[in-house]
Write a new protein. Structure first.
Length: 302
């Protein structure tokens, strides 16, 4: 039998390739989990901003996403419970080049504009909002990706003062994050974003779980149990652990865009420690509610 055929049929060869396939699948799952963790844990936005600065009336332009997406509607829920109201929702399509038709519709008798964008849409909306003369008239708050470092690198003074909430900031002043941010910038010549930190933490968690199981990934239950026991107390974002549902419990940071040493950063101005996907609600009660959508919670003041 040729040596190549014997190698292909060797148990060790199959074992290594099985490990590779499972590892790739696990990294994909962890990447999806990172995105979902942001969508879930970012829920306090409305409640955070209304407590920090009393807001009674908020209008919320944001990207047009799939029905049932949880990353938009929860602000309405939090704001109501803090005593305020969401009075308008606008849904520009992804990739909108000209936001003028939407900016012209924004109510002017509100306390703040809540914006949820990312990438080029965040860049364009921020600039056009300022060019419309609204920056000095209406406070701009939003979801963390609106001024996340992936876009903050190319944004300008138009986003100075914008307040957002997210579980990470490259400007977080902890030893773990200072080390991570410095190493990342040295290698990639740019500051890390929450996307960068998220994939890094996913890799750290996967590596630790594989080491804890001695590389045994055939026993899925054993591997997932090890994954949930991983010590992430010193991650760049701060301490993190998993709840009984497999979602992260971690700090949520309220950040304000400031210019420090000549460049923009998300300065942490308040920390909500160890926030779960359920915020302050009892899980069994929270899970009785319908899935978040454009219609739920209803915008009663719109």
């Amino acid at each position: 039998m040729p040596a190549t055929v014997r190698l292909v049929l060797a148990p060790r060869w199959w074992g290594w390739h099985l490990l590779l396939v499972v590892a790739v699948g696990a990294m994909g799952w962890l990447g999806w989990w990172q995105l979902q963790s942001f969508e879930d844990a970012d829920r306090p936005d409305g409640d955070v901003t209304t407590r920090a600065v009393p807001l009674d009336r908020v209008t919320a332009p944001g990207d047009r996403l799939r029905p049932g997406d949880p990353g938009r509607q929860v602000t309405a829920s939090g704001t109501w419970e803090a005593g305020g109201q969401v009075v308008q929702k606008l849904w520009p399509p992804l990739g909108t080049a000209d936001f003028a038709p939407y900016i012209s519709q924004l109510k002017r008798d509100v306390d703040a504009i809540y914006a949820q964008f990312s990438g080029a849409d965040a860049l364009r909306f921020g600039k056009q909002f300022a060019e419309a003369g609204l920056k000095e008239r209406l406070p701009l708050i939003g979801g963390g990706t609106f001024v996340d470092e992936h876009v903050l690198r190319v944004q300008g003074d138009e986003v100075l003062g914008v307040i957002t909430a997210l579980h990470y900031s490259a400007a977080l002043q902890t030893p773990a994050n200072k080390k991570f941010a410095a190493a990342y910038e040295a290698k990639y010549k740019q500051i890390p974003s929450y996307y960068s930190e998220g994939t890094y933490v996913a890799g750290v968690a996967l590596k630790a779980a594989l080491e804890a199981t001695g590389g045994d990934i055939e026993n899925v239950d054993k591997f997932l149990a090890a994954l949930r026991r991983v010590d992430l107390s010193e991650s760049p974002r701060g301490p993190m652990r998993f709840d009984d549902y497999g979602n992260p419990i971690m700090n949520i940071y309220v950040r304000k865009v400031e210019r420090v040493n000549g460049r923009l950063q998300n300065t942490v101005i308040h920390t909500f420690p160890m926030v779960s996907q359920f915020w302050t609600y009892r899980p069994e009660e929270f899970l009785k509610h319908p899935v978040y959508s454009r219609d739920y919670p209803p915008c009663k003041a719109c």
